[in-house]
Design a protein around this ligand. Structure first.
Ligand code: NAG
Ligand code: NAG
Ligand code: NAG
Ligand code: NAG
Ligand code: NAG
Length: 443
C-alpha cells in the first residue's frame, strides 16, 4: 500500500512538473486566403486572380495595404518564386502549414496558445471567406488538438463579414460559435454568442480574458443598443475580473484591435470613449492585472501606456507580429516565458522566416530573430509596464537599439523608421502630439 502511494506520488510529481513548461505562443494575423496563388503574382493583382481582384476592391474597408504599397516596394519585384509567400500578398497554404510545423519545432507542448485573430485574407467575397475560415480552423485543429494544447482565440475584423461588421448576437457570432466550437467551452457558448468574449484558465493561477474588440473599432459603423457598453462586454469584463480576484488569479487580456494608435494612420483604433471606459475598469483591478496581448497592425510592437489612475503607472501591451506578409513584412511568431507563481512575463522570443530567402532557397527557412531579454535587457526580470516604459528611454538614448526595434517591427524585412517612441507611449492623438512635442524640445 505504501509502495503504491509512493508510486502515485512520484507519478503525480513527475506528471505535474512535466505538465507545464511556462511558455505560451502568441500567434496573430494569419490571414490565410484560399484565393492566393503566390506564383501568379503581379503588382496590381497581388496574387489574386484578376477578375476576383476587381470584385475584392469593392469590398476593401481596411486600406492599410494600399498605404504600405504606395510607400515602398524594393525586394518586392524581385522574388524568384512565390511558393513560400509574397510580400504584398496574403498567406497561402504552404505558409500556413510551415508556420504550424515551425511552432511545433519551437515548442511542441506550450502551455497554451494566444491567438489574436484575423484568420483569413483581406476583402474576400463571402464564399471564399467561409472556405478560408474553414480551412484555417481545420488545419490548426488537426495540429493542435484542444485536449493537448489550449488554443485561446479572439475575434478579428476579418473574422466577421463584411469586414468590421460586428454587432451583438448577430449571424457572425452564430457562425463563429459553430466554426470555433472545439475552442469554446460549452458553458460559454451562450455568452460568446452575445458579445464574442471568452475566458480561460489555461494554467493554475492564470485567467486569460478574450475580448471582441471589433465592437470598439472606429471602423465599426454599427450603432449599439447600449451605446456606452456594446453587448454588455465591459460589464462582463468587470465581472470576470472580480471572479479572477476572488479566485486569486492573475489576468491577461487579449483581443485583436488594441486601444492605442495605429502606426500607419497615426489615429486611435478604438473610439475614444471606449478607451476611457476600458482603462477605468482596469484601474480597479491592478492587483490581478498583468498584461495585454493584441494584434491587428502586422507589426511586432509593444505599448506601455500611462494610466493616471494606475498606481503602477503603465499598462503593458504586447502587439503581435503577423504571419501574412501582406503589409510588406516577414512572417513571425512569438513565444513568451512566464513565471508560474506571478504570471509575470519573463521574456519573449520571436522566430521569423525571410520569405525572399526562403523562395530563393526553395524551402521555408525559419530562424531565431531576437529575444527581449537577450537583445534589449541584460538582466532577466519580469517585463511589466514600467520595464517597457524604461525601455522606451533606452531606445531614445541608443540609436542601435532603436534601429533593432524598428527592424524587428517588420520581422527583419526593412525598417519603417516610424515614430516608435511616441507610438509606444500614447493612447490618444492628443497624448501622441504632446509626446512628439516633448521629444522635439529635448532634442
Ligand atoms: C496582371 O496580370 C493580369 C492577368 O494575368 C493582367 O490582366 C494585368 O494586366 C497584369 N497587370 C500588370 C500591371 O502587369
Ligand atoms: C518594381 O517594378 C515596378 C514596375 O516594373 C517599377 O516601377 C518599380 O520601380 C520597381 N520597384 C523597385 C524598387 O525596383
Ligand atoms: C456569462 O456572463 C454573465 C455576466 O455577464 C455571468 O454572470 C456568467 O457567469 C457568464 N457565464 C459564464 C459561463 O462565464
Ligand atoms: C479615474 O477613475 C475614475 C473613477 O473610477 C474615473 O471617473 C476617472 O475618469 C478616471 N480618470 C482617468 C484619467 O481615467
Ligand atoms: C512580478 O509579480 C509580482 C507579483 O504580482 C510583483 O510583486 C513583482 O513586482 C513583479 N515583478 C516584476 C519585475 O514585474
Amino acid at each position: 500500500m505504501m509502495r503504491y502511494s509512493l508510486l502515485v506520488l512520484i507519478v503525480l510529481i513527475f506528471g505535474l512538473t512535466n505538465a507545464f513548461n511556462y511558455q505560451f505562443f502568441h500567434l496573430s494575423d494569419v490571414h490565410y486566403s484560399s484565393a492566393v496563388n503566390s506564383q501568379t503574382y503581379n503588382q496590381s493583382t497581388m496574387c489574386i486572380p484578376p477578375a476576383l481582384y476587381e470584385e475584392m476592391k469593392k469590398m476593401e474597408v481596411d486600406d492599410h495595404h494600399d498605404i504600405i504599397k504606395s510607400t515602398k516596394s524594393s525586394i518586392f519585384n524581385n522574388t524568384a518564386s512565390g511558393l513560400y509567400g509574397r510580400y504584398g500578398c496574403d498567406t497561402n497554404s504552404q505558409l500556413l502549414q510551415s508556420t504550424i510545423q515551425q511552432m511545433k519545432i519551437i515548442n511542441p507542448t506550450p502551455d497554451f496558445i494566444i491567438y489574436t485573430g484575423d484568420s483569413v485574407g483581406h476583402s474576400l467575397p463571402q464564399g471564399l471567406w467561409q472556405e478560408s475560415q474553414t480551412t484555417f480552423v481545420k488545419t490548426v485543429q488537426s495540429e493542435f488538438s484542444q485536449q493537448d494544447t489550449i488554443f485561446i482565440p479572439s475575434i478579428g475584423n476579418n473574422d466577421v463579414f463584411p469586414d468590421y461588421n460586428s454587432q451583438c448576437s448577430d449571424q457572425n457570432l452564430q457562425y463563429l460559435t459553430t466554426l470555433w466550437s472545439e475552442w469554446i467551452p460549452s458553458d460559454q457558448v451562450q455568452n460568446f454568442s452575445i458579445s464574442g468574449s471568452l475566458v480561460f484558465n489555461p494554467v493554475p493561477g492564470l485567467t486569460v480574458i478574450s475580448l471582441n474588440t471589433v465592437l470598439y473599432s472606429v471602423k465599426n459603423t454599427n450603432s449599439f443598443q447600449n451605446a456606452q457598453d456594446p453587448c454588455g462586454q465591459f460589464a462582463w469584463l468587470e465581472y470576470q475580473l472580480q471572479v479572477a480576484r476572488q479566485n486569486n488569479q492573475y489576468v491577461y487580456i487579449i483581443g485583436h484591435i488594441f486601444p492605442g494608435l495605429d502606426p500607419f494612420y497615426l489615429q486611435t483604433t478604438w473610439k475614444v470613449p471606449f478607451i476611457t471606459s476600458f482603462f477605468n475598469i482596469l484601474s480597479n483591478y491592478e492587483d490581478v492585472l498583468k498584461s495585454g496581448f493584441f494584434g491587428h497592425i502586422h507589426r511586432d510592437e509593444f505599448r506601455s501606456v500611462f494610466i493616471s489612475n494606475f498606481t503602477t503607472g503603465y499598462f503593458p501591451m504586447f502587439i503581435g507580429s503577423s504571419i501574412t506578409p501582406v503589409y510588406i513584412n516577414n512572417p513571425s511568431v512569438k513565444i513568451f516565458s512566464y513565471e508560474a507563481s506571478t504570471a509575470n512575463v519573463t521574456d519573449f522570443t520571436a522566430y521569423y522566416a525571410d520569405i525572399y530567402i526562403s523562395n530563393l532557397l526553395g524551402s521555408m527557412t525559419w530562424k531565431y530573430e531576437y529575444s527581449f531579454v537577450n537583445d534589449y535587457l541584460s538582466t532577466s526580470i519580469g517585463i511589466d509596464g514600467t520595464v517597457l516604459n524604461d525601455f522606451v528611454d533606452v531606445m531614445q538614448a541608443n540609436d542601435n537599439i532603436y534601429d533593432a526595434y524598428d527592424d524587428h517591427r517588420t520581422s527583419n524585412y526593412l525598417s519603417d523608421n516610424t515614430v516608435n517612441l511616441c507610438l509606444a507611449q500614447s493612447l490618444t492623438v492628443d497624448s501622441f502630439n504632446d509626446c512628439l512635442n516633448y521629444y522635439a524640445t529635448i532634442s
